[in-house]
Design a protein around this ligand. Structure first.
Ligand code: THU
Length: 133
């Protein structure tokens, strides 16, 4: 899939977001290393902390289908400025993809691109667990 197609897909997901509390839809399109693509939206809950972000929904869909290697994710929001992934999503994505390309879109579809390591320098990983004494 081209980057433009991936961007359009992420933006098309905005209408599927379930966000009756924040009214802040987020759409994500995640491309795996083998080229397959999975989407996600934010899913809120009347018990607010139970809600989940679009990025983690997309990763959950891909991981459930057996994928473990990811190339890039496009995250769309209806905002003037670029949004960026929340801290919890950064750590979640870092687990699988410290070298992931993270492409954030504003409402016009303009892109700001980061690497996962830029977004989460020194993220917690299995090496940290292994250095336990
Ligand atoms: N949200 C995401 O889906 N991704 C992020 O990285 C930031 C926040 C969602 C969570 C909540 O449903 C809404 O945006 C407002 O915080």
């Amino acid at each position: 899939m081209t980057l433009d197609e991936l961007k359009r897909l992420a933006m098309s997901m905005l209408d599927k977001a379930y966000c009756p509390y924040s009214h802040f839809p987020v759409g994500a399109a995640l491309e795996c290393e083998d080229g397959s693509v999975f989407t996600g939206v934010n899913i809120e809950n009347a018990s607010y902390p139970v809600g989940t972000c679009a990025e983690r929904t997309a990763f959950g869909n891909a991981i459930s289908a057996g994928h473990r290697s990811f190339k890039r994710i496009v995250i769309a929001t209806r905002t003037k400025d670029y949004s960026s992934p929340c801290g919890m999503c950064r750590q979640f994505m870092y687990e699988f993809s410290p070298d992931l390309e993270v492409i954030c879109l504003n409402e016009k579809g303009d892109a700001k691109t980061y690497t996962m390591r830029e977004l989460l320098p020194g993220g917690f990983d299995t090496a940290n667990l292994q250095s336990r004494i």
